[in-house]
Write a protein that binds this ligand. Structure first.
Ligand code: SAM
Length: 276
């Protein structure tokens, strides 16, 4: 008998992934976390029945959320990842010669499940440069001043504990937590299904950061496949990598993809045009 996991990705849109077996399911204080073995996408992590990552397509998402800000900074020594308990963003950040990476994840179970069942994604969490903090990223950022060169928000969608990570007040605290020349990047949903969110985040970033923008990546298991990343800078430009900053060992990201990701189709450009 075939078993299919189905996520309602939007009103009237569902995606189904064929599952061979459930590897582990945990009810945590925050969510239901499940790791499944799928027939075509390797292992998959879902939280409250929303796909977070799969072994087959995670590289596209993690490379784009990390290398665009990392390659736009001349010397990103200190990096903060908020959320991202699967470890994929940390793994990508560690491809750069960083001094320290802090990961603040609210749900310890996501980290332990990923360490146990998703080793190709979570491998970087064991690196001695990485400090894992279990706690609320909103509070952690509020308590940080001039501390980081790059801050990456790799969070769940804006519901429950992640809601505040998409608000203007949080972006103001992110700006204060960044050192001179710092950059901020976050996943901000689908331009098809979360158009209002994309537009609002851009407006808020524009009012908080001297420079703000958005760029696109393709993540097949996310709603619509086309995904928006929002970026803010207190320093330089970010629409192409700085010379010598592109790292080896990537499968989606490279110098040309970095620049191309900022070329927006008209329907996406229209979401933010009025604010430019
Ligand atoms: N790449 C994924 C996506 O776009 O669907 C996100 C992956 S990662 C697993 C998201 C993590 O953010 C979850 O493990 C969740 O527990 C964490 N999270 C949500 N709200 C948070 C908060 N306020 N502080 C820290 N972590 C948070």
């Amino acid at each position: 008998m075939q078993f299919w996991f189905t996520e309602e990705q939007s009103k009237g849109l569902r995606i189904s992934v064929q599952v061979e077996r459930v590897v582990e399911k945990r009810r945590t204080p925050y969510q239901e976390a499940v790791v499944s073995e799928t027939s075509d996408f390797g292992r998959m992590l879902t939280l409250d029945d929303v796909i977070q990552t799969t072994e087959r397509d995670e590289f596209a998402y993690h490379e784009m959320i990390c290398h665009v800000p990392m390659c736009s900074h001349p010397n990103p020594d200190r990096v903060l990842v908020v959320g991202g308990g699967d470890g994929g963003a940390v793994r990508e950040v560690l491809k750069h010669p960083v001094q320290a990476v802090d990961l603040v994840e609210i749900d310890e179970a996501v980290i332990s499940l990923s360490k146990e069942h998703l080793p190709s994604i979570s491998s970087g969490l064991a690196d001695p440069r990485v400090r894992v903090i279990i706690g609320d990223g909103i509070e952690f950022v509020a308590g940080s001043r001039d501390a980081y060169d790059v801050i990456i928000v790799d969070s769940t969608d804006p519901v429950g504990p992640a809601q505040g990570l998409f608000e203007r007040g949080f972006f103001e605290r992110v700006r204060r937590a960044l050192r001179e020349g710092g950059l901020f990047a976050a996943q901000t949903g689908s331009p098809f299904y979360s158009a209002e969110l994309v537009a609002r985040v851009y407006r808020d970033l524009r009012s908080v950061f001297p420079k703000a923008g958005l760029y696109l990546g393709c993540v097949p298991t996310y709603p619509g496949g086309l995904w928006v990343f929002s970026i803010g800078s207190v320093g330089g430009e970010f629409t192409s990598p700085l010379p010598g900053r592109v790292v080896k060992g990537t499968k989606y990201y490279d110098e040309a993809v970095h620049s191309a990701a900022f070329v927006l189709p008209p329907f996406v450009r229209r979401l933010i045009d009025g604010d430019r």
